[in-house]
Design a protein around this ligand. Structure first.
Ligand code: FUL
Length: 506
């Protein structure tokens, strides 16, 4: 009997992709030992996987910011903390309009600036009078956070919250009491408005009203969030989601979600309940290369730390009438989509409500046209129905089944080269390639090339480095009926959930 159980356990252990094997080997961080060879480090990197909350977040693809506050009424980007709450008076605030338009444009989650650096709170907090409570809006009875939460529930939209650590208004800013006040604000936001899926902190740390700066107790705040909303990701001054490094909307050509985290404290992780995902990896997260072999070979630890690409639909984060004619065009938004979601990132696009408390007509118009362009491009995968020929590998049908959870891989872990040939049902013209790795197995692909048969030889259509959750490449239109993808380099057996060929719409 024991022998039978043992054999069963051994089979489960060896089964590639079995949950049993995954549980044993894969987690969202790994420590590097001094004795690890370079090959050991690469194998370890290939087995770092997202936590469940990170995986869910990555699959959102499109998230939106709503920057609203006293700055919307003073026509500024940053306030002073001295604003009179009476200036906050939107004439026709309608959070349902924001969410309806965001949903129609394909967004899956929206984040409200509940408090920006000026300290004005968009919900009637008990921690200060510097809030909507002291404004004429709805006679001081209004609560923007509640209206947004209700709209999100109505439309099935995820909700997140931006709470600025920097507070230019709070009299206790610069003292330990501010960390307590901040925890109290988090408690209100994370307990009174239903599920919160993302908590967004930025790193700005300026002076408060008494000229002092604050030492932020991030680790205490992280633990508090984990307790109140364990499914929420903490971005970007947080352990789950990394700032891509610019506010342009453009991510890196090579975007690794596994990066060095040299501050992973080995004894802290081993010795008590502290996990790697409870504190923020430190180090330069802004360089052009964060996770190549060169970058990880000297690391002390590696962590899954994916990129969020934030950008505003207008030049500023807050609404300014003078920018009504500077709203990003649908074509520009499309370019941003290819360069954020299409480069293994999640897009966080800011849509600032105006002084009416509505998304401006121009923003709405451009959002709708952007969505139309995306739909027209991606509605028809020209590879659908193709006959797939593999040099080696298994589960080829997964490549075109439209299901992220199923994936193609090579026969053994040592098989780091793959060749997938597609014989299209008919000759087609295409200029976009879509690839998706199954990141629940890790991020592995380092180099690939797409080729087409021109009747005589294989010619290159496009090439790239990393894939990750989603990679989109645009190239000169190609007309062909035979194409092949060659994965030239991978850290372990590569996986692919989906492959797609599309023609860009006009
Ligand atoms: C920054 C802030 O200073 C900006 O005002 C804006 O909120 C942006 C998203 O984060 O750090």
């Amino acid at each position: 009997m024991n022998k039978l159980l043992f054999t069963l356990a051994a089979i489960l252990w060896l089964l590639p992709g079995s949950t049993f094997a995954q549980k044993q080997k894969q987690q969202n961080y790994v420590l590097i030992q001094a004795s690890d060879t370079e090959a050991d480090i690469i194998r370890k990197a290939a087995n770092v996987v997202p936590s469940p909350r990170q995986l869910k977040w990555q699959q959102l693809e499109l998230t939106a910011f709503f920057h609203l506050g006293v700055n919307s009424f003073t026509n500024r980007e940053w306030g002073t903390g001295k604003e009179d709450p009476k200036i906050f008076n939107p004439t026709n605030l309608d959070a349902r309009q924001w969410v309806r338009e965001a949903k129609a444009a394909g967004f899956k989650l929206v984040i409200l600036t509940a408090k920006h650096h000026d300290g004005f709170c968009l919900w009637p907090t008990a921690t200060t009078d510097h809030s909507v409570k002291s404004s004429p809006w709805k006679n001081g009875q209004g609560d923007v956070m509640r209206e947004l939460a209700e709209a999100c529930r109505e439309y099935g939209m995820g909700l997140g919250v931006y709470l600025s650590p920097w507070d230019m208004n709070s009299p206790v800013y610069g003292t330990e009491a501010y960390n307590d006040l901040f925890v109290a604000q988090l408690t209100e936001l994370l307990t009174q408005y239903g599920p919160i899926e993302e908590v967004w902190f930025d790193g700005a740390n300026g002076e408060g009203p008494n000229g002092k700066k604050q030492i932020y107790d991030f680790e205490r705040w992280y633990q508090h969030i984990r307790k109140l909303q364990p499914a929420a990701t903490i971005a970007v001054m947080g352990p789950d989601v990394r700032w891509v490094g610019t506010e342009t909307g453009y991510g890196r050509e090579s975007e690794w979600s596994v990066v060095p985290a040299n501050n992973l404290d080995q004894t802290a992780i081993a010795g008590n309940s502290q996990k790697a995902d409870a504190f923020k990896p430190q180090g330069n997260m802004k360089g052009a290369d964060l996770g190549s072999r060169e970058k990880i070979k000297g690391a002390k630890g590696l962590i899954w730390y994916p990129a969020e690409t934030d950008v505003s639909i207008r030049p500023g984060w807050f609404y300014h009438p003078a920018e009504d004619n500077k709203v990003k065009t649908p074509e520009k938004l499309l370019d941003i989509y290819f360069s954020s979601v299409g480069r293994n990132g999640v897009l966080l696009l800011n849509l600032p409500p105006d002084t009416r408390g509505l998304l401006h007509e121009k923003d709405v118009e451009n959002l709708r046209e952007w969505k139309r362009l995306r739909d027209a491009t991606f509605q028809h995968n020209l590879a659908t129905g193709a006959k797939i020929k593999l040099a080696s590998g298994k589960r080829k049908k997964a490549l075109l089944d439209g299901k992220y959870a199923t994936y193609f891989t090579t026969k053994s872990a040592k098989d780091t080269y793959a060749q997938i040939e597609l014989r299209l049902p008919q000759e087609a013209t295409f200029d976009v390639l879509l690839l998706q790795e199954n990141i629940s197995m890790g991020q592995r692909i380092e180099q690939f090339v797409l080729e087409y048969w021109d009747g005589q030889t294989w010619k290159k259509a496009a090439e790239g480095t990393t894939v990750g959750y989603k990679r989109l490449l645009r190239f000169e239109p190609v007309k062909a009926s035979r194409v092949r993808l060659r994965i030239l380099s991978s850290r372990l057996n590569p996986t692919l959930s989906e492959i797609g060929l599309f023609k860009q719409a006009q």
